[in-house]
Write a protein that binds this ligand. Structure first.
Ligand code: GCU
Length: 675
C-alpha cells in the first residue's frame, strides 16, 4: 500500500509472528488517571495495539486480567501504589518511567509506572516502540530517565508563514486561523515529539519578529500551547531584544534601565497569565544584525539577566545563544564566541543557559566540537544542533545526521581528565549544571511527510532520542527508526541502516572533506568555492579555504590564529600537531602545501581529488542500493526517495567537478579524470 509519510515512525505495523507473541502478553489496557494525558495514553495504546495485534484490546479500568498492561502513577493507580516501587520510582525523576513484567493477584501483567502522567506517556511510547521494532516484551525490567532536562525543537518560523532554512513547505503555525481554528497537525506534531521525549518547542525564528510578543499573538500562541500541554510539550518563544522599544515604545532597550526591566517583567507576567507553564525565551543578540545588549554598551550577561529576572518568579529560563562573531573580537570567526562567553562565566543568573552550536562556525558538514563545551564552569551550556539540513543537502539529499551528532557528543573535551565527552558535559557530569539540555533547529513544515525528504524524518527522530540519552548509538537509532518507518524485515533494515550510517560521510566527501568548510554561497546548497564577495569577509568561501598556488587551509595552530588554544590539553596539542591532527579536521586547523604527504602516502592534492571522487561514487552507489529495495517498501515512498537520489547523484558530481576545477586552477595540478 502506498504511504505518504505523514505517520512518521508511528505507523504501528508489525509482522504476523510478532503479533501472535505480543497478543498473548497484551490482553487488557488499564490506564488509571483522569488527566488529558491519561486520555492520550489510552488512545495511543488502543490505536497502536489494535493496529499491531489485528484486534481491539479491551480497555478496562476496573477488572484485572492476565495480560493487563497497567499504566499510571502511584498517585492515580492503587495497583501501582501497592507494588511499593517508591525508591525505584524516585530514581526516575519527573519524566522517567519503569516498565516491568510483574505478577499481580497471580496474573502476569506489564506495568508502566512513573511519578507523573508525562512519564507514563513516555513509558507507553517506549513500550510501543519495543513492539514496533520486534523486541521481546515478556520479561521487561526497564528504568529510564532523560539525561537532559531541556529537549527542545527550535523552529525558525516567521509570522508570515515562511521558514528560515526550512525545506519542507511553509510554517505549520496558521496565525490567521489561530486561536479559533486548531489544525489537527498541532496535536499530531506534539504527539510525534512526545513519542521521542521532546518536551518543548521554540515556535519562532531566532531572527525574531517583535510582533510575536504582542498581546494579539500571545493569545494565539496560548491556544497552541493548550493543545501541546497534555503531550508535555512546553511553549517557548524567541524574543527580540529591542522589543521594549519596538513594541513598548520605550526610548531604549538598555538592560540596566529601570523602565526596560519593568517592561520585560510586565511582558513575562502577561505571558504567564496566558500560558502558565511557559518555558522561557531564546535570544539571538548582537549577531547577524540582531539587536542586543552590546548596542547599549552592556554585556551578554547583562542582557540575558534582564530577561532572566523577569522570568524567574515564574520559573522560566533564558536560552542565550552563543552564536556571535563580532569582527572586533578576533580575526578568526571560529574563536569569537569562546572569547566573549568565557569572560562572562559566573555572571549569568541561575535561570540562564548559554546555547552553543555543535561547532564553532555554523552547522558545517563537519566541524570539530565547539570549545565552549566544558569551558564554562559556572554557567549551564546547552547544545544546539540542526536537523534542518541547511548545509547538508537541505531536503534534497539523503543525509542521516545521527552519526554526525554521535561524533560530536562522543568528542572528548578533556575539560576534566579524559572521558569528559560533550555528552557528559551536557548532562552536567563534568561540571554540575543547574540546567541541562539539547535543542535542534528543526525541519518539519506543512509538507505531507513533514520534513520534505522521507529520510529527513530520521533527523527529527534521532534528535529526540539523543536528547533523551546523548550516549545512544547512531546505529541503534537508525535501526529502530527504520523498523518503525519502513520495514521490520531484517534484510531490508540492514540495507537501509547501512545507507543511513554512511550517508553523512558520503556527503562530507563530495562537499567538504579533510576539514574544509563553508565552500558555499548564499543558498548554502550549491558549491561556490570562488565566492569572495559578501557583506562580510567571514561569509565568503575564500576566507575559510584560503587556497592559493602554495596550498590550502586555515591555519588555526599556535603558529597561526591560535584557535587550538581554546581547547583543553591534550586536545589542543593534538589539533595543533600536524602529524596527530585527525585528517578529517586537517584543513580546519592547518594550512598545508598541495604536495603535503598524507597518511595514505598520497599528496594532499591527490587525496583531495580522491575524496571528491569517492563521495560522488558513494552517492551513485547509494542510488543503486536504493533501487535494490524496489518492492521491499511501499512504492510511493520508494519512488519519492529515488527521485531525490537522482538529484543527489547529479549534485554530488557537480560538487566534485566544480570544486576540483576551481582548486585545480589554483594548485596548477591536473584533476584526475572522473570515472
Ligand atoms: C546561520 C543561518 C541563518 C541563521 C543563523 C543563526 O547563519 O544561515 O539563517 O539565522 O545561522 O543560527 O542564527
Amino acid at each position: 500500500m502506498d504511504e505518504d509519510g505523514y505517520k512518521l515512525w508511528l505507523r504501528y505495523i508489525t509482522s504476523g509472528d510478532a503479533a501472535r507473541t505480543y497478543g498473548r502478553i497484551v490482553r487488557q489496557l488499564r490506564v488509571d488517571g483522569p488527566s488529558a494525558t491519561c486520555g492520550i495514553i489510552r488512545d495511543e495504546l488502543r490505536t497502536a495495539t489494535t493496529a499491531m495485534l489485528g484486534r481491539a484490546v479491551s480497555l478496562n479500568e476496573n477488572g484485572l486480567q492476565a495480560g493487563a498492561v497497567i499504566v499510571g502513577t502511584a498517585g492515580n493507580s492503587s495497583l501501582i501504589r501497592d507494588l511499593n516501587w517508591t525508591a525505584d520510582l524516585l530514581a526516575t525523576g519527573d519524566e522517567g518511567f519503569i516498565i516491568r513484567s510483574a505478577t499481580i493477584a497471580k496474573h502476569p501483567v506489564t506495568v508502566i509506572a512513573s511519578n507523573h502522567d508525562i512519564g507514563a506517556l513516555y513509558g507507553a511510547f517506549h513500550f510501543l516502540r519495543l513492539m514496533q521494532t520486534g523486541q521481546p516484551i515478556d520479561r521487561l525490567g526497564i528504568a529510564e530517565r532523560p539525561a537532559l532536562q531541556l529537549r527542545l525543537m527550535n523552529h525558525w518560523d516567521n509570522p508570515n508563514g515562511s521558514i528560515e532554512r526550512g525545506y519542507a513547505g511553509r510554517s505549520m503555525w496558521d496565525w490567521n486561523a489561530l486561536p479559533e481554528k486548531l489544525s489537527q497537525r498541532y496535536a499530531d506534531y506534539a504527539r510525534a515529539c512526545a513519542s521521542i521525549g521532546i518536551n518543548g518547542a521554540v515556535i519562532n525564528n531566532v531572527n525574531a519578529d517583535v510582533r510575536m510578543l504582542a498581546s494579539e499573538s500571545l493569545r494565539k500562541i496560548a491556544a497552541l500551547a493548550d493543545v501541546w500541554r497534555p503531550y508535555g510539550v512546553r511553549m517557548y518563544l524567541s524574543a527580540n531584544f529591542s522589543a521594549p522599544v519596538q513594541l513598548g515604545r520605550l526610548a531604549t532597550a538598555d538592560p540596566l534601565d529601570r523602565s526596560v526591566m519593568n517592561w520585560w517583567k510586565a511582558k513575562a507576567d502577561e505571558i504567564y497569565g496566558l500560558i502558565p507553564d511557559f518555558g522561557g525565551f531564546l535570544v539571538k543578540a548582537n549577531s547577524e544584525g540582531q539587536p542586543g545588549p552590546k548596542t547599549y554598551g552592556r554585556t551578554h550577561a547583562e542582557g540575558a539577566n534582564v530577561l532572566a529576572d523577569a522570568l524567574a518568579p515564574h520559573r522560566g529560563n533564558v536560552m542565550w545563544r552563543a552564536f556571535v562573531y563580532d569582527e572586533d573580537i578576533d580575526p578568526d570567526r571560529a574563536k569569537r564566541a569562546y572569547i566573549e562567553f568565557t569572560r562572562l562565566d559566573g555572571q549569568f543568573r541561575p535561570n540562564v543557559a548559554v546555547q552553543v552550536k555543535n561547532g564553532p562556525v555554523d552547522f558545517q558538514p563537519r566541524e570539530p566540537f565547539h570549545p565552549l563545551f566544558g569551558a564554562m564552569k559556572q554557567t549551564p551550556v546547552i547544545a544546539e544542533i540542526q536537523a534542518t539540513q541547511e548545509y547538508l543537502g537541505q531536503a534534497k539529499h539523503l543525509v542521516y545526521l545521527g552519526t554526525m551528532w554521535e561524533e560530536f557528543l562522543n568528542s572528548d573535551t578533556h575539560a576534566k581528565d579524559s572521558g569528559s565527552t560533550v555528552a557528559k558535559v551536557l548532562a552536567g557530569k563534568v561540571h554540575p549544571s543547574r540546567i541541562t539540555g539539547m535543542v535542534s533547529v528543526t525541519n518539519p513544515g506543512l509538507d505531507t511527510n513533514w520534513c520534505g525528504h522521507h529520510f529527513s524524518q530520521s533527523n527529527w527522530y534521532a534528535f529526540g532520542r539523543l536528547a533523551w540519552n546523548p550516549e545512544m548509538s547512531a546505529e541503534t537509532i537508525a535501526d529502530e527508526w527504520t523498523r518503525m518507518t519502513f520495514s521490520n524485515d531484517d534484510k531490508t533494515v540492514a540495507v537501509i541502516r547501512d545507507v543511513m550510517i554512511g550517508s553523512r560521510e558520503t556527503f562530507v566527501n563530495y562537499t567538504m572533506p579533510l576539514g574544509l568548510h563553508h565552500l558555499i554561497g548564499g543558498d548554502h546548497y550549491a558549491p561556490m568555492p570562488w565566492n569572495d564577495r559578501a557583506p562580510r569577509a567571514d561569509w565568503t568561501a575564500t576566507y575559510y579555504h584560503q587556497a592559493s598556488a602554495e596550498g590550502i587551509g586555515f591555519d588555526r595552530t599556535r603558529r597561526g590564529g591560535r584557535a587550538v588554544e581554546q581547547y583543553f590539553p591534550p586536545v589542543c596539542d593534538m589539533f595543533d600537531d600536524l602529524k596527530r591532527c585527525p585528517e578529517k579536521y586537517l584543513l580546519w586547523f592547518h594550512r598545508c602545501a598541495w604536495d603535503y604527504r598524507m597518511k595514505s602516502g598520497k599528496t594532499l592534492w591527490d587525496e583531495l581529488c580522491a575524496k571528491y571522487q569517492q563521495g560522488a561514487e558513494q552517492a551513485a552507489a547509494l542510488q543503486k542500493t536504493w533501487q535494490s529495495l524496489d518492492g521491499k517498501i511501499d512504492a510511493r515512498r520508494h519512488r519519492e526517495v529515488a527521485d531525490r537520489l537522482a538529484l543527489q547523484v547529479a549534485d554530488a558530481a557537480k560538487w566534485r567537478d566544480q570544486i576540483l576545477e576551481f582548486f585545480g586552477r589554483l594548485s596548477k595540478r591536473p584533476v584526475p579524470r572522473s570515472s
